[in-house]
Design a protein around this ligand. Structure first.
Ligand SMILES: Cc1cc2nc3c(=O)[nH]c(=O)nc-3n(C[C@H](O)[C@H](O)[C@H](O)COP(=O)(O)OP(=O)(O)OC[C@H]3O[C@@H](n4cnc5c(N)ncnc54)[C@H](O)[C@@H]3O)c2cc1C
Length: 379
């Protein structure tokens, strides 16, 4: 019988273990991690730089204090994104692992939990070849996004088995697939604004770098858009995106009339026909717009300001960064992260029903909920 058992040694689980042991060194803390090392996913975050928080998160200072206490200095870019000073995700993962070793926290790697059951005075935790007992359990198994790093949705199964409601799980922060043929634009990047419409109502817009792919679009602003592309209740994957439309504005700084005037002036200056869009947008985009507008000026301007795309889906769990949905927050105390249904049962990180945009929000949530759960469990 261990005091505290943490299932999942990712961002949330490692933070929880450290905070629990610091809060009460007498408590025995055990981390069970199914992969062969702790914090594998952290290494892949922020393109290997780990965007660990954002200045616009309410709790970012607490997180920065925590990282300072484990030896990680940070730096912030002009958009408020916070990274380790060396811009190496490995620094974050190593600092957490070193602190875990320093505090004498027990770690079992290659230890996949199969099942968690409530007993009279604690929990029974079953692995393939053994059983463990713990007074308190933290489920920090992550979501379903990026399963190569260990998060395959086990936490949702454990939560459901203990009577918790799990909100619908959807892969988000991922590329969007479209019905139109984008093959000839594959690899082209454009500074633009993307907007998402549902039943003609604009539900999302963001400027950034749009990357065309063989079958759709990608890039941070598209990842953020993917959080709003939800299959309506009663629809299926086959028809669920029919009421959505995406528009790409290649000239977000221009009003439509000013853009038209600019093009008319260019025509007068001899940039006519196929040369009209030369040096304004990349070649493959220009070719597609000229093809679609058939040379009509009004249509050309409209396509430059609102290039239409019809979403057909999003790239799945293997490519998504985050899970939308998860353990319903109505059944979890958000200050302590303890289940409202079962004493001694805690949840932290992506297993909970939270998802944020790109920019450090999702890791911030993992650290913060890990801290809260860890401290409370040690009491
Ligand atoms: C490619 C990529 C880049 C990202 N970049 C960023 C970024 O820059 N900034 C940001 O804020 N967010 C980023 N995210 C999202 C962020 O990484 C996650 O939201 C965060 O890691 C969630 O932390 P977690 O501890 O809840 O889950 P995870 O980090 O997924 O950890 C869960 C752990 O539980 C283990 N586990 C699962 N099931 C079991 C089981 N049955 N038994 C034992 N162990 C188990 C897993 O192996 C894993 O180690 C990125 C995600 C991806 C995929």
């Amino acid at each position: 019988m261990t005091d505290i058992c943490i299932i999942g040694g990712g961002a949330a689980g490692m933070t929880a273990a450290i905070c629990a042991k610091r809060e009460n060194p007498a408590r025995e803390v055990l981390i069970l991690e199914k992969k062969n090392q702790l914090g594998k996913k952290i290494l892949a975050t922020g393109n290997g730089k780990c965007n660990l928080s954002n200045t616009s998160c309410e709790g970012s200072l607490k997180v920065l204090d925590f990282f300072e206490s484990i030896g990680v200095l940070t730096r912030t870019d002009s958009a408020g994104r916070i990274y380790p000073y060396t811009e190496e995700a490995r620094a974050v993962q190593s600092a957490l692992v070193s602190q875990i070793q320093l505090l004498g926290i027990r770690v079992d790697t290659c230890a996949e939990v199969i099942c968690v059951e409530k007993q009279r005075d604690g929990f029974r935790i079953s692995l393939a070849n053994r059983e463990l007992y713990a007074k308190k359990v933290l489920i920090a198994c992550g979501g379903k996004a990026g399963p190569a790093n260990g998060s395959t949705g086990d936490g949702f199964r454990f939560a459901r088995a203990m009577g918790h409601k799990v909100e619908k799980l959807i892969p988000v922060l991922t590329a969007v697939e479209v019905k139109e043929d984008t093959e000839r634009m594959d690899g082209i990047r454009a500074k633009a604004a993307v907007s998402l419409f549902f039943h003609k109502r604009k539900v999302f817009t963001e400027a950034g770098e749009v990357q065309f792919t063989r079958n759709g679009i990608s890039g941070i602003c598209v990842f953020n858009l993917s959080r709003y592309l939800l299959i309506p209740k009663g629809s299926s994957l086959a028809n669920g995106f029919d009421d959505y439309r995406i528009e790409v504005d290649f000239f977000p700084e221009f009003e439509i009339d000013d853009l038209e005037k600019l093009l008319i002036k260019r025509q007068g200056d001899g940039f006519d026909g196929e040369r009209l869009l030369q040096f304004l947008v990349r070649g493959p985009i220009a070719n597609r717009i000229i093809e679609l507008s058939k040379g009509d000026m009004k249509a050309t301007v409209k396509l430059l300001k609102a290039f239409p795309l019809t979403p057909s889906g999003v790239r799945g769990w293997d490519f998504a960064q985050v899970t939308k949905g998860g353990v319903c927050m109505d059944e979890v105390d958000d200050q302590t992260c303890q289940s409202r249904l079962t004493d001694g049962l805690f949840f932290a990180g992506e297993v909970l029903d939270y998802d944020g945009p790109c920019g450090g929000y999702n890791l911030q949530h993992a650290w913060e909920t890990g801290m809260r759960a860890g401290r409370e469990m040690a009491k």
